[in-house]
Design a protein around this ligand. Structure first.
Ligand SMILES: Nc1ncnc2c1ncn2[C@@H]1O[C@H](COP(=O)(O)OP(=O)(O)OP(=O)(O)O)[C@@H](O)[C@H]1O
Ligand SMILES: [Mg+2]
Length: 331
């Protein structure tokens, strides 16, 4: 259990600025999800906290202690990578025991056995404990990697897209388990994902990174409803937020260059005329692909809508977000 603080952390790789003066306070016991496209600096942020890499300037604090000069082992941090990193010549059981077998810990074998059993059950790999690590599917290997982090009871978990190689059902199960484990253990978790549902359901806070800068940090709801910029707005929401010229609809405030409309924030019945290009029935909802004055947009509607491609409807915004010429949100 510990707070994590990054203070003006800067990191370059040759000519590439991976992180530029990132300051971030991750509260004790929180579940922080880092969002951002490829190259935004998400993995680099985790590596700064873990000690696998060191900042060029700035400082990392865990539980109030400056981490400068401390190795990963000295930080009581467990990291799970996107690519599983197991000892191939060891069995699943031996892989899971490994972090507990450190001579420094002096954990009794009975306690190790208990812990391994508990974690294996949570991760649904108890029946594979005696298998060689190489004799597992990709999803199973990834669960063992997560298991190796869980057995240690670290203060901080750092996870880099840990569920992305798993199938949808297992991902949904493990999402709930991880959240439960984190809530129960009180550990602080910093988690990287591209998965919308993971971000919205697991995070107590989301951090939005753009080209090595932290552009927004707050609750998932605030990130969704009150994005600071077009960039931040497009990080969350599936289908993506529609970003259109502000003057397509009446009512734009002075200085508004574009209007952001979440698909569910478009009302039908009155307003501007739009052409229905395509209707996608997804079972629980239907997506309408529309064109309004040559601009494409997507809205969601009733699952049983009788609308068909080629028809026209009238639409207006219900909760518009306005952005200026630089893409920053207007208050
Ligand atoms: N070891 C390295 N050597 C050189 N450049 C690096 C190294 N690690 C990261 N970078 C660069 O730093 C930037 C940030 O990389 P980082 O891995 O943190 O991105 P990311 O947000 O995790 O992206 P992804 O979603 O693709 O995993 C990128 O431009 C990347 O190419
Ligand atoms: Mg990465």
């Amino acid at each position: 259990m510990a707070e994590v603080v990054l203070e003006n952390v800067m990191k370059r790789f040759g000519g590439t600025l991976a992180l530029g003066n990132v300051s971030l306070r991750v509260p004790d016991g929180s579940f922080v999800v880092l969002l951002g496209p490829s190259g935004a600096g998400k993995t680099t942020t985790l590596r700064m906290v873990s000690g696998l890499d060191v900042p060029d300037s700035g400082e990392v604090f865990i539980g109030g202690r400056a981490m400068k000069g401390l190795s990963p082992a000295e930080r009581n941090v467990a990291m799970v990578f996107q690519q599983y990193s197991l000892y191939p010549h060891l069995t699943v059981r031996q892989n899971l025991e490994f972090p507990l077998k450190s001579p420094l810990l002096k954990t009794p074998q009975a306690a190790i056995d208990r812990k391994v059993k508990e974690v294996a059950e949570v991760l649904q790999i108890a029946h594979k404990l005696e298998n060689k690590a190489t004799a597992l599917s990709g999803g199973e290997m990834q669960r063992v990697s997560i298991g190796r982090a869980l057995v240690r009871n670290p203060d901080i978990f750092l996870m880099d897209e840990p569920l992305s190689s798993l199938d949808a059902k297992l991902r949904a199960d493990l999402r709930i388990e991880l959240k439960r484990i984190q809530a129960k253990s009180g550990a602080t978790l910093i988690y990287v994902t591209h998965d919308q549902i993971e971000a919205m359901t697991m995070a107590t806070h989301v951090g939005v990174l753009n080209e090595g800068r932290l552009v927004q940090f707050g609750s998932p709801r605030a990130a969704y409803e009150e994005p600071v910029s077009v960039y931040a707005a497009t990080r969350l929401g599936q289908p993506r937020i529609n970003v259109l010229p502000a003057d397509l609809f009446a009512g734009a405030p002075a200085g508004a260059k574009s209007i952001g409309l979440r698909p569910e924030h478009i009302v039908q019945g009155d307003g501007e005329e739009a052409l229905v290009k395509r209707v996608e029935h997804l079972g629980d909802q239907t997506r309408l692909h529309l064109t309004l004055k040559r601009h494409d947009l997507i809205t969601v509607t009733d699952a049983h809508t009788p609308l068909k491609g080629g028809e026209t409807i009238r639409i207006r915004p219900s909760q518009p977000l306005y952005f200026d010429a630089a893409g920053m949100r207007l208050a």
